[in-house]
Design a protein around this ligand. Structure first.
Ligand code: NG1
Ligand code: ZN
Length: 517
């Protein structure tokens, strides 16, 4: 390491005095003007991580659904997963080191994490459409450069696209080509194959209105459109040419406010969906004939996908183990439907995609979604091999056809992370194949009335939780009070937990009526 160069470059990206930040569930996230030094230093860290695991590492500049003035950064591990938890602490240390401690902190990380500094390093970079993202990604590049790492700047990409190319690169192309064309080709080929088999011959494919949150989703969907079959009619709204990113629109806005986004004119029973600012979340919705708004959230998406996959798995007749992974925020009706009607095991884990992803890896087919619309499906290597073999060799027609559908689902789903574009195509394919309308999908179960609030307290860390964040162990007496309230109402459930991404405590409750919730 050239310590003079490090000093010189670091001085160009000074840390504001007294500022400390933490690498949380979503990496670093705060006002964009506070992040320049963090970007430079995450460039450094990406090089160290790359040397440590001798693979390409991804680094994404985005603050997802947060306001346009914010920004953030997160690292992507070799197979497209979130950064390993043991390195989150190094990220925090490096971001908060004072200028004169920087070199020493790097040396310490190298020792603790057994980084062989002689190894080559390779980093893939991506960014969202925020006005601050381009300059901030240049700061990342400075960090990579000063430690002698190689990099490829993918420029404007969705978060899931960067996860995808990182995975492709590190699996020597087994997962696909590490380019955006490769991504579009793989997904559109699988999608085209799938809807070929739909008898409604594209009828139900028509007119999907997509609210792109004025973000990257609009750009990337436009790029993808030429690859998609002609029958797919998507109309893009909030494409970022007029309004601000995430402002009164996007998946988070629609989910939180349970109302349509601004800038999308919705007619009764039209199929609509919203992406978030970096296109890793999606929710569907429609307005019924009486003007009532119906949200179809991540729980209903997980349910639709589970119904579809379960049918296929039964048809192929292999004993492949499928499960759904949820968080405490999953609506009680979805859990009950999955367990009691569909007879699929459901597991509840702590909030945060890394926990869901990790749990889902335990099954042959692991479906995971957060209620807010972030999720995907994971297939074990063994399951994938079996399915691909059956799709080619199976003599029984029905079994072979079912295996082929599963094979295309495997290719259509972005298994590295939740992906709004991929999830949207999965949902559209399932609706077409099953000939389902949004209303029919929505009617699979009825959500329990619920309420999600946040409050600011002096120190949110006084609340400690257990049982996948569903019970508070501290402060003393809190859980007993919640239990006493919950006992009074039918079908009720409530919990509080400190947020991992904001300085707030979240309060969730559901019951048989809205008033009781
Ligand atoms: P926190 O702030 O820890 O509740 C929020 C979301 C999560 C997840 C993360 C990461 C809710 C209630 N919580 O976590 O689901 O998406 O942000 O972005 O939506
Ligand atoms: Zn996002």
């Amino acid at each position: 390491m050239d310590s003079e160069a490090l000093k010189k470059y670091s001085a160009l990206h000074p840390k504001p005095a007294g500022l400390t930040l933490q690498y949380g569930t979503a990496g670093f996230r705060t006002k964009a003007e506070q992040l320049d030094h963090v970007m430079f230093r995450m460039g450094l860290l990406a090089v160290l991580r790359s040397k440590a695991v001798v693979s390409t590492i991804g680094i994404m500049v985005t603050a997802s659904h947060n306001p346009e003035e914010d920004n953030g950064v997160k690292l992507i591990d070799p197979l497209g997963e979130m950064l390993h938890p043991s390195w989150e602490e190094y990220a925090t240390q490096l971001a908060n080191a004072e200028e004169h401690e920087l070199q020493q902190t790097i040396t310490e990380i190298c020792q603790k994490a057994a980084v062989n500094q002689q190894k080559d390093a390779s980093v893939f970079i991506g960014r969202d459409t925020r006005p601050s993202s381009e300059k901030l990604s240049q700061s990342v590049i400075d960090g990579i450069f000063v430690l002698g790492g190689q990099y490829h700047d993918y420029g404007l990409v969705t978060t899931p696209q960067l996860h995808y190319v990182v995975c492709c690169q590190n699996t020597q192309g087994q997962y696909g080509k590490a380019t955006l064309e490769g991504y579009y080709e793989k997904l559109s080929k699988a999608f085209t194959e799938l809807i070929k088999q739909s008898s409604s011959s594209g009828k139900s494919q028509k007119h999907l209105k997509i609210d792109c949150a004025n973000g990257i989703g609009a750009l990337k969907l436009s790029e993808m459109e030429p690859y998609l079959p002609k029958e797919v009619l998507i109309q893009l709204y909030n494409d970022g040419t007029k309004e601000k990113l995430n402002h009164l629109c996007g998946a988070d806005f629609v989910k939180v406010h349970q109302k349509p986004p601004r800038g999308l004119d919705m007619k009764p029973n039209e199929r609509c969906c919203s992406f978030d600012g970096d296109a890793d979340r999606i929710v569907y919705y429609y307005q019924d004939a009486t003007g009532l708004f119906h949200l179809i959230d991540g729980d209903k998406i997980a349910t639709l996908i589970s119904i579809f996959l379960k049918e296929l798995l039964v048809k192929v007749g292999q004993s492949l183990k499928m499960a759904v992974v949820q968080t405490a925020y999953a609506n009680g009706s979805s859990t009950r439907y999955l367990e009691e009607t569909l007879k699929v095991p459901v597991h509840c884990v702590k909030t945060g995609v890394k926990h869901l992803h990790h749990k889902a890896q335990e099954f042959d087919v692991g479906v995971y979604f957060e209620a807010n619309g972030h999720g995907t499906v994971l297939f074990s290597k063994a399951a994938e091999t079996k399915i691909r073999h059956l799709a080619k060799e199976e003599k029984d027609n029905e079994k072979r056809e079912a295996a082929k559908v599963l094979e295309n689902m495997i290719d259509l789903i972005n298994q590295t992370v939740g992906d709004a574009v991929s999830d949207m195509l999965v949902i559209e394919a399932i609706l077409a194949l099953k000939g389902l309308t949004l209303q029919q999908w929505d009617a699979v179960y009825t959500d329990l009335p619920n309420r999600l609030l946040k409050i600011q307290v002096a120190d949110r860390r006084v609340i400690d939780t257990t049982d996948a964040e569903r019970r508070a162990v501290t402060p003393p007496g809190l859980q007993e009070k919640i239990d006493a309230l919950v006992k009074k109402y039918k079908l009720s459930r409530a919990f509080v937990r400190p947020s991992g991404t904001e300085d707030v405590v979240r309060i969730y409750a559901e019951a048989d009526t809205q008033v009781r919730a």
